[in-house]
Design a protein around this ligand. Structure first.
Ligand code: SF4
Ligand code: SF4
Length: 307
């Protein structure tokens, strides 16, 4: 017999809009491509997970060491990842990365009252850039690397994979792996508001990705999550729905709502929450010519019910 929580989960799935359906579909493909037990892309590089030659975290962790030259696949993946972000926004973090996707899906099974809203408590960009600095510099100054001992990229897919592959379960019983499971899978994962506390705070790939997102967003030809400010009413629904607290609403300013591209990871939740339908994914010059009254009416009703 289905539990109440499971039934709520299925109801939520049925209510998803097309953007979220696309996102969840790509997240599942990302898991199948890069995480065990399937991992059809990682298998090509001799590992069931992103751990190994393909690891973009290692490419960052060895940035100023000779080891970098042995990590061609990881460096290539990192460049592809950041290149996509520069031109099109954070598709890799929000739609593909299996570490973020697995804990995000896991967190949906947990009632909201048990979750911690890390982005409300901590200045996420400041924390993650500090972590990134330490992550790169510690091996350079001769202190041990924190790359593999505590790694969200490997431990989250491995924990999930251990449900299907007994060999992985044995690997997870060593000291640092147990700490990593508690930290990344539970505390910063399933128990985070959007299941992505580790993405916001301690992922070096996510930190570089957010810098690239903010730099690229300043250019007129790049695609990002943006707001048509002429039509924004300043109601603030977008700000409260954003799991990364990336939107500030200032009613006294000319530009009422503003997206902080260092924080935004392009989950696209805010688009469907805006009653004026003025949040969109695209170039800055794109005109909002597709507003339709039926959509606006539906969002207003949905927001009123949630209030
Ligand atoms: S929900 Fe829409 S109208 Fe309301 S503040 Fe955000 S962008 Fe503006
Ligand atoms: S601003 Fe919108 S797309 Fe970006 S993280 Fe917040 S809700 Fe998601």
């Amino acid at each position: 017999m289905k539990t109440i929580q499971e039934m709520k989960f299925i109801q939520k799935l049925k209510k998803l809009d097309n953007k979220q359906r696309l996102r969840y579909s790509l997240m599942i493909i990302g898991i199948l491509a890069l995480a065990p037990p399937v991992g059809f892309i990682t298998q090509l590089f001799g590992s069931g997970t992103l751990c190994g030659n393909l690891c973009p975290r290692m490419a960052i962790g060895t940035a100023f060491t000779r080891e970098l030259f042995t990590r061609t696949a990881g460096v290539a993946l990192l460049f592809i990842w950041l290149g996509i972000t520069f031109f099109f926004g954070r598709w890799m973090c929000s739609h593909v990365c299996p570490a973020g996707s697995l804990t995000e899906f896991g967190s949906k099974l947990l009632p909201g009252r048990f979750k911690i809203d890390y982005c409300k408590i901590v200045d996420a960009p400041l924390f993650r850039y500090g972590f990134l600095g330490a992550y790169i510099l510690l091996p350079v100054v001769g202190v041990a690397s924190i790359c593999c001992a505590y790694c969200s990229f490997s431990v989250i897919p491995e924990t999930f994979g251990a449900l299907f592959v007994p060999r992985l379960a044995n690997m997870l019983t060593t000291g640092s792996r147990i700490v990593s499971i508690l930290l990344f899978v539970f505390l910063l994962g399933i128990f985070a508001r959007d299941g992505r506390g580790h993405c916001h705070l301690v992922c070096p790939v996510g930190a570089l990705d957010s810098i690239m997102n903010a730099i690229g967003a300043k250019l007129p030809f790049t695609y990002r999550e943006r707001i048509h400010l002429d039509d924004c009413s300043g109601c603030g629904y977008c700000a409260t729905s954003c799991p990364a607290w990336a939107i500030q609403v200032d009613k006294s300013a000319e530009k009422i709502a503003k997206i902080d591209q260092r924080k935004c990871y392009q989950c696209r939740l805010c688009e469907s929450k805006c009653p004026k339908n003025v949040i969109y994914y695209g170039r800055p010059s794109r005109q909002k010519d597709h507003r339709n009254e039926k959509f606006v009416e539906q969002v207003l009703i949905s927001n009123t019910i949630q209030d």
